[in-house]
Design a protein around this ligand. Sequence first.
Ligand SMILES: NC(=O)c1ccc[n+]([C@@H]2O[C@H](COP(=O)([O-])OP(=O)(O)OC[C@H]3O[C@@H](n4cnc5c(N)ncnc54)[C@H](O)[C@@H]3O)[C@@H](O)[C@H]2O)c1
Length: 269
Amino acid sequence: MYNLLKGKKGIITGALDENSIAWRVALKAKEEGASFILTNAPIALRMGKIKQLADECGTIVIPADATLIEDLEKMYQQSMEHLGGKVDFVLHSIGMSPNVRKDKPYNDLNYEWFLKALDISALSFHKMMQVGEKLDAFNEQASIVALTYIAAQRTYPDYRDMAQAKSMLESIARSYGYVLGKSKKIRVNTISQSPTPTTAGTGISGFDVFLDYAEKMSPLGNATADECANYVVALFSDLMSKVTMQNLYHDGGFSSMGISEAIIEQFQK
Ligand SMILES: NC(=O)c1ccc[n+]([C@@H]2O[C@H](COP(=O)([O-])OP(=O)(O)OC[C@H]3O[C@@H](n4cnc5c(N)ncnc54)[C@H](O)[C@@H]3O)[C@@H](O)[C@H]2O)c1
């Protein structure tokens, strides 16, 4: 414990169960002295265990579908009421693709579902910032973080349209990072996380294989959800006051690798 977030107020999206990256971030943020609200889509509130996390963190859950402006408006208003002021950090930890869920091949995508994936997984990030800015919900020098995956830069066949969603998400971080940086010295970054066994992660076919592959490729091994939470909390803190508009790899070195000895050995078998 370093009291890195002492006195800071925030919003954490996307905690569904104890495996969720957002769940781990909430526990770590609490440990570091932050107060925050939790939010998730109404359906996730019915299916998940978020109330349990809220009790553990001494906070409330505000239902909001991140694709709906009116839900986001209510979410910010209620957050500011509950927290007694504007927010210093926001975590966007939201992703879903119906084409991935339904195992549609990349050359037979359903375009309505494609648009839904972009809306939920990327545009919602823009909406969260635009609604927050319009309601004047952000403090100066706030830190906004979204989670992404290296399929935005490289091809992972089973990731399908989520690859485009993540590219858009990372691009939004740069464009909105400029706007909020100029107006309020707010930082906007994405963290490109290792494959992590969560509901969203394991929903991708072949997940176990690329979890194992990434583990064998990375000199430090895969980054866990708890390690990701540490990185998120560090980015929320004042120690990273000049880091913005970046896509930050948190992957044990995977993104810089060509091939590793472990992979060579595997192919020599
Ligand atoms: N798990 C991995 O391997 C991995 C790797 C890199 C990045 N990520 C990213 O991390 C983020 C968090 O995912 P996770 O792995 O913790 O899985 P998760 O399934 O626990 O979290 C995804 C969350 O998105 C929420 N969500 C879906 N639709 C929503 C909507 N319309 N409005 C509000 N919330 C909605 C879900 O309810 C869920 O809580 C996602 O952006 C994911 O793409 C995951």
